[in-house]
Design a protein around this ligand. Structure first.
Ligand SMILES: Cc1cc2nc3c(=O)[nH]c(=O)nc-3n(C[C@H](O)[C@H](O)[C@H](O)COP(=O)(O)OP(=O)(O)OC[C@H]3O[C@@H](n4cnc5c(N)ncnc54)[C@H](O)[C@@H]3O)c2cc1C
Ligand SMILES: NC(=O)c1ccc[n+]([C@@H]2O[C@H](COP(=O)([O-])OP(=O)(O)OC[C@H]3O[C@@H](n4cnc5c(N)ncnc54)[C@H](OP(=O)(O)O)[C@@H]3O)[C@@H](O)[C@H]2O)c1
Length: 455
């Protein structure tokens, strides 16, 4: 079987497949387009969250068992195609996640210094395909969105670079953060304080960042009946609003940076022009509608700002020849079985495509924690095993383990294997060691592959 995408969803699917009760032989190849596996655990989770980054250790244990073969630096769609995989495997699971920003359709969204959160995250997490330069020359920046990615972006922008020095960030990220001119980070939520998507731990953490004053504005701090119901019914909402209430009681300490939370402000336009870039953000004041939503009041506010970061969610990308719902950014599927057509809503009424499966964010959209991809994987592989047992998987013409390697070699694909990842990992640990750090990330494809290959 083939799994495309070695993020947590793909690795959990491989793990569950190898452990599942079954009466057939199994051999699994795990394809990954980057030189290193782990998806957003490596290139999304913030570097100052070492505990969550540590989930990699559990994923490493799965691949260390040796019953799943990693073929990294292989891109589905260019290096290998659906036809190739059909030729060699009876089942193919797609777990390609989401790596782009969801589009925010606002006038001015493409102005210079209007940034997608995913681009900034890729930079500070040392993604090998992005530039090592990030312009942190703005003093007043907005972060649009009230989810955990907005919190990550706001925290990394507000934090002093020296407080990131114990993490795995490479030199160029440290230097970029050290030279940052930022003084004020304004986080904008379009709904109220009881409707954020922050999680309690992550919100409390921003309140602990050194040399940062947190500001919450009393005029934004509104709760209606629906808010109160949410607080009473959800422990998470209760904890988040308690933390926000604690923030409202804080006095300024004269810290060198400030993090402002604005609620009930929906962005309507990013202000500026092509020559000057972003000069501000226009928001429309919202009012709670009693049902957990908001309605616009027609009152506009213009905020003087020098840059805007849009953290309004990630979005999945289509894969060549695989049915895709472009409005939801997911592979068309029912519980992980791929169906024909481009509408997820209508998927149940379209034919199943035998032997194709999806799991993780590309199956159900870009929401949820790493742990949630385990449940996804279980549902998907349960259907896969049912289909295998019912004889519904297509017979591949050449199911040999060597044939796919020969194919990649014949195409000159410079693939990296699991031993190669261990060599890369040792090199990253060696780079970090002199500074007392667990590791320092290597940030270019070329260098990553060089270390993977070194014997
Ligand atoms: C910025 C950010 C921070 C986050 N922080 C946390 C956190 O602290 N804690 C937490 O629990 N959750 C966090 N999450 C959520 C978590 O990252 C996701 O739940 C999880 O990574 C989704 O797993 P996945 O395997 O579906 O996708 P991904 O992790 O995106 O993995 C997909 C993999 O597929 C590969 N791929 C894509 N296209 C191809 C192709 N064409 N060919 C071959 N391979 C391909 C990608 O390179 C990637 O390795 C965060 C998410 C983001 C965006
Ligand atoms: N440390 C962690 O545990 C961690 C860190 C990062 C990410 N994650 C997880 O990864 C997943 C993705 O996180 P995310 O922050 O990208 O997504 P998210 O949780 O869905 O949050 C997206 C935010 O963007 C807002 N938004 C969307 N469209 C908007 C618009 N047009 N105008 C203004 N605001 C808009 C949403 O507001 P509405 O609610 O009003 O739609 C919401 O506040 C989440 O499950 C998250 O918990 C976890």
């Amino acid at each position: 079987m083939a799994i495309v995408g070695a993020g947590p969803a793909g690795i959990y699917a491989a793990d569950l497949l190898t452990k599942a009760e079954r009466d057939f032989e199994l051999s699994i190849d795990l394809f990954e387009r980057l030189p290193a596996p782990f998806g957003l655990v490596r290139y999304g989770v913030a570097p100052d969250h070492p505990r969550i980054k540590g989930i990699q250790n559990a994923l490493i244990k799965v691949l260390d068992r040796g019953d799943v073969r990693l073929l990294a630096n292989v891109d589905f769609g260019t290096d290998i195609t659906l036809e190739d995989l059909r030729h060699h495997y009876d089942a193919i699971i797609f777990s390609t996640g989401s790596f782009d920003d969801a589009r925010l359709d606002l006038p001015g969204v493409d102005l210079p210094r209007s940034y997608g959160a995913a681009d900034f995250v890729n930079w500070y997490d040392a993604h090998p395909d992005v530039s090592q330069e990030w312009p942190l020359d703005s003093e007043r920046v907005a972060v649009i969105g009230n989810g955990n990615v907005a919190l990550d972006v706001a925290r990394v922008l507000a934090k002093q670079a020296d407080d990131m020095l114990s993490t795995e960030i490479p030199h160029h990220v440290y230097e970029g953060l050290r030279d940052s001119k930022v003084t004020d980070v304004h986080v904008f939520g379009r709904r109220g304080p009881a409707q954020t998507k922050f999680t309690p731990l992550e919100l409390r953490e921003v309140g602990l960042v050194k040399d940062v004053d947190i500001v919450v504005y009393p005029e934004d701090y509104e709760f209606d009946e629906a808010s109160m119901a949410a607080i009473h019914s959800s422990n998470q909402t209760k904890q988040v609003t308690k933390t926000l209430t604690d923030f409202t009681l804080r006095e300024p300490t004269g810290a060198s940076r400030r993090l402002h939370f604005h609620f009930l402000h929906s962005p309507v336009e990013i202000l500026g022009d092509e020559d000057s870039g972003v000069t501000g953000l226009r928001t429309e004041r919202q009012q709670l509608d009693g049902n957990g939503g908001v309605v616009g009041t027609g009152t506009m506010h213009d905020w003087d700002l020098d840059a805007v970061y849009r953290a309004v969610g990630y979005f999945g990308s289509p894969l060549s020849q695989i049915p895709f719902d472009a409005s939801k950014g997911v592979i068309t599927n029912v519980e992980g079985r791929v169906h024909a057509g481009d509408s997820q809503a209508a998927a149940a009424d379209t034919p199943v495509i035998d032997g194709l499966y999806a799991t993780g964010w590309i199956k159900r959209g870009p929401v949820g924690l790493i742990g949630h991809t385990k449940g996804d994987a279980l549902e998907t592989i349960t259907h896969l095993i049912e289909d295998r047992n019912a004889g519904r998987l297509p017979e591949p013409e050449e199911p040999s383990e060597d044939a796919i390697i020969a194919l990649l070699e014949s195409r000159g694909v410079d693939f990296a294997d699991w031993d190669g990842f261990h060599r890369l990992e040792s090199a990253e640990r060696a780079l970090g060691e002199p500074q007392g750090r667990e590791r320092m990330k290597i940030a270019t494809r070329h260098e990553m592959l060089e270390h993977s290959r070194r014997q």
